[in-house]
Design a protein around this ligand. Structure first.
Ligand code: NDP
Ligand SMILES: O=C1O[C@H](COP(=O)(O)O)[C@@H](O)[C@H](O)[C@H]1O
Length: 471
């Protein structure tokens, strides 16, 4: 598993395709600043922003400063800004097979400054439709040699488009050069799953169908989609969250213990369990669309895009036979949470009033852990009471202060060449195969009121247990 030491100090030149975009501003550029201020970038580095327009270096630096003010730490003190800013530049004019724009010259200039031994990183933070032309252009202009290439998600939008993209990517890159991002794998709390489960026997020993009745991975969001309606309308909640992030989290939860925490063993363990995911049955999927969605600019009047999706997933392994994994996410819901709930079977024994216990892990921030236990209520009667036990990891101090936001953590992994928290082609092929029946035969989205918990039909997927996020 990645740690936060920069073990490789080779100078790096990072090209950020889509540098003027939403993701760059909100996540990627603040992540660079975070790594810079923590001393986690190599001793020498350059970041070249790329886009179709012409942006001067000075204007690009100003844009970066503004994005740090809005989405990063706030106003950057002048005495810290100059050194960082001097490493930023912009190569405009786009980048295509026919016309590479200013990028090759900018890369050559950076190499001249940093020496020929530079490590090149290309970050493709572009809309999915631009992935293939950009990869073709990187191949055509011979820039891929020993480069590392980061692909944003979604990497493919169906089984067929995934296969076509991956084939193209492999025609110019070795698998070791490819870093397919799923930023949920970079979340501190998701990584903590390995530790909780493989270090604490108390937790590891309940990790199977013998004790667990149901697993819920629930990411409701109050957030809307107005800022990225065009992208969202072509994507929907199922692709945006379920078939991508939540499948990967489900794989982290359900994997068999890897032989080691090395890249190959971890990726293999994740891929092996993804191969056991049963293709989804559209009859066990609920789609929703919030009222008012179709009135948003850039959304078609008759759009059938899902802004909510809930699925019941089955994993055909001995460990998880018969245990439903319930995955849910949606926009403009009642509350934002990122919660993993392991619902334990009610104990059999002398107490007729058996109750379920739940072990919950928040996937956001450093992650809080909570559990519920049933105890005897103090008093003369034998009365049972279920009490929550909560562990706020941020209250531990020290290590939690060192946690990196997921984009910074994954970017750092790319810099040091650690691929363990990135998805593989084989794993994504399984994931898209599991999703494909729903893409072929999507359920009609049911309307729901903004600020609600989505369509009631999604509650039925829980077989009367209910969504713990709503409790
Ligand atoms: N935004 C988010 O919150 C998240 C986004 N992602 C993923 O990150 C990627 C980028 O997302 P986001 O930044 O929101 O996207 P944007 O729509 O903001 O696009 C990013 C930039 O790409 C350039 N661009 C747009 N269309 C094209 C095109 N057809 N060909 C070449 N360049 C183009 C534009 O720059 P210019 O005009 O300067 O050329 C634009 O500023 C996507 O794959 C998305 O799925 C993943 C997680 C979250
Ligand atoms: O990739 C995406 O993730 C975000 C949720 O991510 P988080 O960083 O808030 O955990 C989601 O809102 C967005 O729609 C999706 O594209």
């Amino acid at each position: 598993m990645s740690n936060h030491e920069t073990s490789e100090t080779k100078p790096e030149v990072i090209t950020l395709f889509g540098a003027t975009g939403d993701l760059a501003k909100r996540m990627v550029l603040p992540a660079f600043w975070e790594l810079h201020t923590r001393g986690l970038l190599p001793s020498d580095w350059r970041l070249i922003g790329n886009g179709r327009g012409q942006v001067s270096d000075a204007d690009f630096r100003e844009q970066v400063k503004e994005s740090l003010a809005e989405f990063g730490p706030g106003e950057v003190p002048t005495n810290q800004w100059g050194e960082f800013a001097s490493r930023l530049s912009f190569a405009g004019g786009g980048f295509s097979v026919d016309d590479p724009g200013e990028l090759p010259a900018a890369l050559a200039e950076a190499s001249a400054e940093l020496g020929e031994e530079v490590q090149r990183i290309f970050y493709i933070a572009l809309p999915p439709v631009a992935f293939e032309p950009t990869v073709k252009a990187l191949g055509a202009h011979d820039l891929m040699q020993s480069a590392r290439v980061i692909f944003e998600k979604p990497y493919g939008t169906s089984l067929q488009s995934f296969c076509a993209l991956d084939e193209l990517v492999h025609s110019v890159l070795e698998e070791e050069q490819i870093y397919r991002i799923d930023h949920f794998l970079g979340k501190e709390a998701v990584q903590n799953l390995h530790v909780l489960r493989f270090v604490n026997r108390m937790i590891g020993s309940i990790w199977s169908c013998a004790a667990i009745e149901q697993v819920q991975i629930d990411v409701p969001e109050t957030l809307g989609v107005a800022d990225r309606a065009a992208f969202y309308d072509a994507t929907g909640a199922f692709r945006d969250m379920i078939a991508t992030h939540l499948f990967q989290v489900a794989a982290e939860v359900a994997m068999e213990p890897p032989l080691s925490l090395g890249t190959e063993d971890l990726q293999r363990a994740r891929d092996q369990v993804l191969a056991r995911f049963r293709p989804l049955d559209p009859g066990e999927v609920v789609f929703g669309q919030f009222d008012g969605y179709r009135e948003l600019p850039e959304v078609a009047d008759d759009s059938t895009t899902d802004t909510f999706a809930a699925v019941r997933l089955w994993i055909d392994s001995d460990r998880w036979r018969g245990v439903p994994f319930l995955l849910r996410s949606g926009k403009r819901l009642h509350r934002s949470r990122q919660l993993l709930s392991l619902v334990l079977r009610a104990a059999q024994g002398p107490f007729p009033e058996a109750r379920r216990s739940v072990l919950q892990l928040s996937m956001s921030g450093a992650g809080e852990l909570s559990a519920s236990l049933t105890m005897k209520k103090p008093g003369p009667e034998l009365e049972l009471v279920t009490v929550p036990i909560e562990l706020d990891v941020t209250a531990l101090g020290g290590p939690s202060d060192e946690s990196l936001p997921p984009y910074a953590s994954l970017l750092h992994d790319v810099i040091v060449g650690d691929r363990s928290l990135f998805t593989t082609g084989a794993g994504l092929e399984h994931a898209w195969s599991v999703a494909q029946p729903v893409l072929d035969d999507p359920p009609e989205p049911l309307p729901y009121a903004p600020q609600s918990w989505g369509p009631k039909a999604a509650d039925e997927l829980t077989d009367g247990v209910g969504w713990f996020t709503q409790a």
